[in-house]
Design a protein around this ligand. Structure first.
Ligand code: F0G
Length: 401
């Protein structure tokens, strides 16, 4: 029994204990969330934070104290000051063990999988989840099954899944269709443990980014957090982290959450702008930021809640401005990110232009994945590359003047 924690459905109010493994609400089908009693959070705030990364915040995770984590030392990523804008800081999640933020959720979910005796884990993915699942499953001695939309996964991510020994299943369809397949499988065959962010343990791991930011800023929260949104697990998780920090008495405010989608895959931005309470999925989502090429985000309700409750927004940006931001991050800040991650900085620029954010405010952009994940994306950059015969270098260089 895990004291002071239970499952809650934010949609219909269903609640249940953590013992039996459930991902979605038995009443309405919404992804479930793990919630803590206030006393448990306050008690957690009094415990010493030991070590670095995700498990530093274990007092806020749903495990007994003697749990043995499956870990690769994820988290504790750098927070850089950007040279692009005075008020902008960059949380570099590309420096996690498999080079994306997914590792935060995976260490927690695989730890739960092992506690429950699972040997097979499964996910649908646009690439990063697959890479991370493959690595953590390897670490735990489990077999991983990853479903990816065929032809739409960045090369670096696929290479990782191959390297870590995942069984790779390409689905002739979109990410949304692949996820529907996976959800069908896990509901009928309990031998597969689900690794998508429908699994509430993933959210628990990813919320630690909020705790870490709070510490990195000297036990304060920023004014605004801006991040890319695809399936919408991460915005839900980080918002949950900030709310818990406040409830625990560690922070006295919460930041505004600004989620950013790519224009061709922006059902949440549209729902937010139009004040809708239902999601209208995008049938064939398009963007070169393949990580967030998602038309029917599974955590859409939680994401809208995060934006509305926090006083933030969900906005969209065009592929051109994503590319521009990706290039600027690489060439001005020295930080190479994949296209989806650059959506956060493109979103910051739009938010600034539209007055959603003030230049004097402290804003943290979450850079969710490393640029090497998607090496083909740089074919869109302008660059200089020549080939010379040995002995011809000085002639070539003098032609530049
Ligand atoms: N940034 C990157 C680099 C991602 O890989 C993802 C999601 C997101 C942002 C969006 O996060 O889905 O929590 O809103 N990638 C998933 C995957 C879908 O399968 O790797 P989200």
């Amino acid at each position: 029994m895990i004291d002071g924690a239970r499952l809650l459905c934010y949609n219909c109010g269903w609640t249940g204990d953590l013992e039996s493994l459930r991902y979605t609400c038995p009443r309405c089908g919404e992804p479930l969330t793990i919630v803590y009693d206030r006393e448990r959070l306050v008690e957690g705030s009094r415990k010493e934070m030991k070590g670095r990364g995700v498990w530093r915040y274990s007092a806020f995770l749903p495990f007994p104290e003697d749990v043995e984590p499956v870990t690769l030392d994820e988290g504790w990523t750098p927070l850089h000051q950007s040279r692009l804008a005075r008020g902008l800081r960059l949380k570099n999640e590309g420096l996690n063990p498999t080079a994306s933020f997914k590792d935060r959720g995976m260490t927690v979910a695989v730890t739960d999988a092992r506690r429950r005796g699972a040997t097979k884990v499964i996910c649908a993915s646009t690439g990063n989840t697959a890479a991370s699942v493959a690595a953590y499953a390897a670490r735990a001695g489990m077999t991983s099954y990853v479903l990816v939309p065929s032809g739409a996964v960045a090369r670096g991510k696929l290479a990782q899944a191959i390297a870590h020994g995942a069984r790779i299943i390409k689905v002739r369809g979109s990410f949304d269709e692949a996820l529907r397949e996976v959800l069908r499988i896990v509901s009928s065959d309990r031998s597969f443990y689900l690794m998508n962010s429908v699994n509430p343990y993933r959210i628990e791991g990813q919320k630690t980014l909020a705790f870490e930011l709070w510490e990195q800023l000297g036990r304060r929260v920023p004014d605004v957090v801006v991040l890319p949104v695809g399936n919408a697990g991460n915005i839900s998780a980080i918002w949950k982290g900030f709310k818990e920090l406040k409830e625990a008495g560690l922070a006295d405010s919460t930041p505004r959450m600004i989620g950013v989608q790519a224009e061709g895959a922006a059902p949440l931005a549209r729902a937010f702008e139009e004040g809708l309470s239902e999601l209208r999925p995008v049938e064939s989502p398009q963007t070169y930021a393949t990580a967030i090429r998602i038309g029917s985000p599974v955590s859409w309700r939680r994401a809208l809640m995060a934006a509305r409750e926090s006083g933030g927004a969900i906005i969209s940006v065009g592929d051109d401005s994503i590319l521009e931001a990706q290039k600027d991050l690489a060439r001005v800040d020295g930080v190479f990110v994949e296209p989806a991650s650059a959506a956060s900085v493109a979103g910051y620029r739009r938010a600034l232009a539209e007055g959603l954010v003030d230049g004097g405010e402290e804003v943290v952009a979450i850079l969710t994945g490393h640029g090497l994940k998607d090496p083909d994306a740089v074919s869109r950059f302008d660059f200089v590359e020549v080939e010379v015969e040995p002995g011809q270098l000085s002639r070539e260089l003098s032609s530049y003047r």
